[in-house]
Ligand binder design. Sequence first.
Ligand code: KPL
Length: 315
Amino acid sequence: MDILIIGAGAMGGLFGALLAPVASVRLYTTNSTHARVINRDGLMLTEMDGTTHTVRIRVCAAPDDCGRQADLVLLCTKAQATHAAAVTARMLLAEQGLVLTLQNGLGNLEQIAAVVGPARAAAGITAQAATLLAPGHVRHAGCGATVLAAGPGQEGQQAKIAAIAELFNRAGIDTRISKDSVSLVWSKLIVNVGINALAALLRVPNGVLAQMPACATLMNQAVDEAVAVARALRIPMDYEEQRERVREVCLLTGANQASMLQDILRGATTEIEAINGAIVAKGREVGVPTPVNLLLTQLITALEATASQRIECSS
Ligand code: KPL
């Protein structure tokens, strides 16, 4: 299978490094420094046991550089880059190929389907965790399941999804298949609603949120609001289990820095609008109040806006 990964950050880099031994993999990034380092030195992967090795992998930084069309495009960009990434994917995807989103946030699958066509857009979520340590260097920070689903009404994708799941499992990525892309995306959304903004604001690894009662209270409030919105929208899921599920992910990825914390630390824009902001927007549509998610959205937006003016501790 010929795979192109668009978005070569922490997660794209991790999937690239894990899949390279079992498939033909190329990365696509618009970050030219990152592309230059990987093309020159290879992609360094620090495994969960601390050992580091280098994976040879080709990176292209413009569609014209990318060569042949891909059977599978894995979309691993930030949610705010989805439309642009889908346009790139359309140029580089084979006629019978599939674009699989592994992104955080709400609305990615719909945006991709609008660009490449619903028959060529599928959804995935992953509980793998990764950190971009430096250009060309990724750390594998946590190992959870990856789940894939055909797009709504796209039963014709099942054979392709099964082949992708089989390939991922062969690469050591624990992968299952779900029947329902909507509840799949919401299940990951609720995890990100609970963890990402709080971890970024408090600058703590995920585990701390579950261990400190003051953090857990806030996390539960954000999760409860998201569950109330999901219930009003009749998204199929076990509403009673969500607090506990989010707590489990915090503990499973305990030492990991949430992706939003990584974004804040490197001065990048975050996915807040596609995560807590999406809960606020959907809550408004269905008349469910979401004050905690609104406050988290406003605080992260203010944090992004004031990045260059922060007073640092002088010791
Ligand atoms: O998806 C994640 C993220 O950081 O974006 C979690 C599951 C919270 C792991 O860090």
